[in-house]
Design a protein around this ligand. Sequence first.
Ligand code: NCD
Length: 303
Amino acid sequence: MIGKDLVSFRDLEKKDVEHYFKMASQMEKNLKSGKKLVKNKVVATLFFEASTRTKLSFQTAAERLGCNVIDFGVAGSSLEKGESLADTIKILDGYADVLVMRHPLEGSVRLAGEMSKHPVINGGDGGNQHPTQTLLDLYTILKEKKKIKGVNVHLVGDLKHARTMRSLLYGLGMFGADVTLVAPRGLEMDPGVIKEVHERFGLKVRELSALDVRGADVLYVCRIQKERFLDPYEAQKVVAEFRITEDALVGAKDDLIIMHPLPKIDEIPASMDESPHARYFEQARNGVPVRMAVIYEALKYKK
Ligand code: NCD
């Protein structure tokens, strides 16, 4: 059952995710017709970490639904005078009907949800979870491949620090995809997460330390998450290893699609944007109808 807060992909059951997919495709129709579904509601965005897509697609989704948006800007707020995060949440909870929050501390959004009477949606908490990104990722795979079960997905990059990958592994396990994890040595997925997804969904992953695109239906790439490294020089060393160039795609299936949560830095050169395999900009666009569905559901919550 869809609960008050959406903090982790673990909060969702398969039928909830399928419900969001159905709603998102309905929202795509509403986007075309321009019909507003909501009146007199306020969505607050509180982003304590950099964001382009997540924040703006949530704001766009809220506006397209007919909600008003208030954005809490950290700079210029009373946080600078020393106000606590807890008080900030309580104040925003008094102004808005839904709160969308991103914060560098893992678990912080769960805490915000516990303190808030209104639904809180996680826009990313540290290296932990990014559930709405996973919803739009799975929605994109479903739109492109017409199914998720049995689709051969390679997750490539900094699997140790990327919250998008942790959430997505959970979602892919839930839907029975075939998963290969490709990470530079030292940046592998937390074995605890792999074990959890195996125990919960029976997912057995294949692990590689070098790219091998043969057989892949989806190449899901993420950047090296420099800001989460203790030593920034370590990050620089591995950046060059995992570049998705035309050469790296030799032997790939014709209908391979390349996805990326973005921002992409060096791991995908700009020349790939014209490739028939690239789908990351479509993927980012799918963020709007998917987040419309998430906000719409959250607004149904009765205190
Ligand atoms: C990601 C994030 O912030 O986790 N971006 C996003 O939300 N689309 C990926 C990243 O920063 O690498």
